[in-house]
Write a protein that binds this ligand. Structure first.
Ligand code: FRU
Length: 309
């Protein structure tokens, strides 16, 4: 199965602090770390490990479509090497006039486990035409491609989804609905086959639990075969519109502790996509949810994305 993930790639600078600073406060961090981030790249990094250590009978290829600075920029090379040889960047878009990658500055509070993210991105967003040429080589594929969209720049993403529906009619489409308050994400959910909601987006829309979000979203999505929502300490839930199956699992944190919550949702998504794409009918609805939730719990208990398989 060819998986194409479409979303932004960041370089993250993470400061671990004893508590979240107040405005105008001076605070000494206990740690600084740098790593490649971005929802789709994080998801693919985890999926790459899963496929390496739990290979599937279906042939797999992981591809990232993202916007990067010039091909020769140090950052582009760092990003490429951070993804190893499991993730292909051949279809990514390089902005030759730029050398700065999208960057995130993240405060990770040891008191609460929260991660506060400030982004900077001067790279122009991908256009529909760029997306169309990036996916052109995939037309030669037999099999059924799977497109996973981060759900940023919703107007362009919506056009990309229409493009896929027209040109890859057998493709499956999953969409991550994550950014609180970003207009246009509901329209993406409406068009997707699988929708992954975040707690932040759900709360911003007035939902009080993962179940509340999914039961209402059922009425606002038309073709989805699975809706999923993560809820931090309260775990995650999934709903299958066609069967009415619903499941909720508590967060898998027992005895593990909270070390690093950055990318917990991205890891959950990797677990879920792994179950959906590579375990197919071997795993039922509940097993897929449990696996994604377990993987996210393990991620939160450790620094970074290594050893998640
Ligand atoms: C975590 C993350 C970070 C990145 C930020 C982008 O989910 O992907 O790695 O800097 O979010 O919004």
């Amino acid at each position: 199965m060819t998986l194409v993930a479409v979303g932004a790639c960041y370089l993250d600078t993470i400061l671990t602090t004893p508590h979240y600073p107040g405005e105008d406060e001076k605070l000494r961090a206990s740690r600084i770390s740098h790593r490649r981030g971005g929802n789709c790249p994080n998801t693919l990094e985890v999926l790459g490990q899963l496929l390496k250590y739990r290979p599937s009978s279906t042939e797999s290829s992981l591809n990232l479509i993202t916007v990067l600075p010039s091909k020769t920029a140090v950052a582009s090379q760092q990003i490429q090497s951070s993804l190893g040889n499991m993730v292909r960047l051949d279809s990514s878009i390089y902005r030759e006039a730029f050398s700065e990658p999208a960057s995130s500055y993240i405060i990770s509070s040891q008191t609460t486990g929260s991660r506060t993210i400030v982004n900077y991105n001067e790279l122009p967003e991908m256009t529909r035409a760029e997306f169309a040429s990036a996916v052109e080589p995939l037309r030669a594929l037999t099999g059924r491609p799977w497109f996973h969209f981060e759900g940023r720049a919703p107007d362009v993403t919506l056009e990309c989804i229409y493009y896929i529906r027209k040109n890859f009619p057998r493709a499956e489409i999953s969409v991550e609905v994550e950014k609180p308050g970003r207009p246009g994400l509901q329209e993406l959910a409406y068009e997707a086959d699988y929708v992954l909601y975040s707690k932040g987006w759900a709360q911003n829309n007035g939902y009080t639990s993962a179940e509340d979000c999914l039961r209402d979203q059922l009425l606002k999505t038309c073709r989805a075969s699975l809706l999923c929502c993560t809820w931090g300490h309260d775990g995650a839930a999934a709903l299958e519109p066609k069967t009415g199956n619903f499941a909720h699992v508590p967060a898998h944190t027992e005895g593990l502790g909270v070390t690093d919550t950055i990318g917990a949702g991205d890891t959950f998504n990797a677990g879920l996509l792994y179950g959906l794409i590579y375990r197919g009918r071997d795993w039922d609805f509940r097993k897929r949810l449990e696996f994604a939730n377990l993987l996210a719990g393990l991620k939160v208990s450790q620094e970074g994305f290594g050893n998640l398989h």
